[in-house]
Design a protein around this ligand. Structure first.
Ligand code: KIV
Ligand code: ZN
Length: 388
């Protein structure tokens, strides 16, 4: 039987940590309602102790969202947890996300502590959070570089303390997909009470591997992915929501699915880009402006014969405007004929052969040949067909 992967959206928390992307409560609330409509299971609404503004955002989102779980971040610190609980008090489904660094880098440099001391603080934090909510997620920060044996001890202890979800973040985006998958598999096989909680993937994109790592994680047994719209987040960003959702949808043989309404992916991507004032890179998978554009002659010819030759996703399925045949100096005759036809010219093959020569001259001068250029080429040709 196919299994659900829960989508934990952290656009409003990790995504909002992008410099210059700070959102006010109204902006956060609007995006939260749209994320809920998209079908994400959990919305990490903010880090309530970090500022009064974020506290207010988490409170307002908790009041307004009806179906998704609302999550507030905290450190493994009593006061943080209490403030998160207070901000979440109106949520129908509240979750506190608490945690601490577990790699030796964090244990020594950040906390000047021992592994046993950190384990004890992790357990205390989960127990404290359980006083306020049933649903407690624990994050083992920098789990990507944490020794697996020690990590397994931490995971076992926090589940025993009541954690319902255990987040295994590759905080620095260091892991290779195989390593990250093996880490999750190690925990699935070596934590005796692992069946009492869900393991979660939270992968950063410092080496461009966040999506691959998250997929490796769920293939190995994790059942939650933490991600953001457009892959926004600290430094090189987080796992991109649209990518993981579409990987699972495209590769049905994995037996994993999400509840995301994929038709909303492009509109929401644009809304997040506009609200956060971070444009989407042109070649971004699924939501980039060029994700469904075809510009070379070989590709265009194949695509026009059968779109499946060069497109694995129907643009409609992800709410994109549609496939585009872009005319450049690398385009071929079939693309030119297609574009002429689209704007109302019924040229023969011989006409196109002549027109193609003048088209190439324009294309060599300009980056892209536009509709207006086509009209001019057509007019010149119709006036004097032989020398257009
Ligand atoms: O990257 C990370 O480790 C985090 C945690 C706070 C979950 O964002
Ligand atoms: Zn993170």
């Amino acid at each position: 039987m196919d299994q659900q992967v829960f989508i934990f959206d952290t656009t409003l928390r990790d995504g909002e940590q992008v410099p210059g992307c700070k959102l006010n409560t109204k902006e956060k609330l609007t995006l939260a309602l749209h994320l809920e409509a998209l079908g994400v299971d959990i919305i990490e609404a903010g880090f309530p102790i970090s500022s009064p503004g974020d506290f207010e955002s988490v409170t307002e989102i908790s009041k307004a969202v009806k179906n998704a779980t609302i999550c507030g971040l905290s450190r493994a610190v009593q006061k943080d947890i209490e403030v998160a609980a207070e901000a979440l008090k109106f949520a129908k489904r509240p979750r506190i996300h608490t945690g601490i660094g577990t790699s030796d880098y964090h244990i020594k440099a950040k906390f000047n502590a021992t592994r046993d001391e950190i384990l004890a603080r992790a357990v205390q934090a989960v127990k404290w959070a359980k006083n306020f909510v049933d649903d407690v997620e624990f994050y083992a920060e920098d789990a990507g570089r944490t020794d697996n044996e020690y990590l397994a001890r931490v995971v076992e202890a926090v589940i025993k303390a009541g954690a319902t979800v255990v987040n295994i973040p590759d905080t620095t985006g260091y892991c290779l997909p195989q390593q990250y998958g093996e880490k999750i598999a190690y925990l699935m096989n070596n934590v005796p009470n692992v069946d009492k909680a869900i393991l979660s993937c939270h992968c950063h994109n410092d080496l461009g591997l966040a999506t691959a790592n998250s997929i490796a994680g769920v293939v190995a047994g994790a059942r939650q992915i933490e991600c953001t719209i457009n892959g926004l987040g600290e430094r090189a960003g987080n796992t991109s929501l649209e990518e993981v959702v579409m990987v699972l949808k495209q590769h049905k043989h994995l037996g994993l699915y999400t509840h995301v309404n994929t038709k909303m992916l492009n509109p929401l991507s644009r809304e997040v880009a506009d609200t956060m004032r971070v444009p989407v890179q042109l070649n971004k998978a699924i939501v980039g402006a060029n994700a469904f554009s075809h510009s070379s002659g070989i590709h265009q010819d194949g695509f026009l014969k059968d779109s499946l030759t060069y497109e694995i996703i129907n643009p409609e399925e992800v709410g994109a405007e549609g496939s585009k045949i872009v005319l450049t100096a690398r385009s071929g005759r079939s693309a030119l004929a297609h574009r002429f036809q689209k704007i109302g010219y019924a040229f023969t093959r011989n006409d196109i052969d002549v027109l193609y020569e003048s088209f190439l001259q324009v294309a060599d001068r300009k980056k892209e040949v536009e509709e207006e250029d086509l009209h001019q080429l057509a007019k010149a040709y119709q006036a004097e067909p032989a020398i257009a």
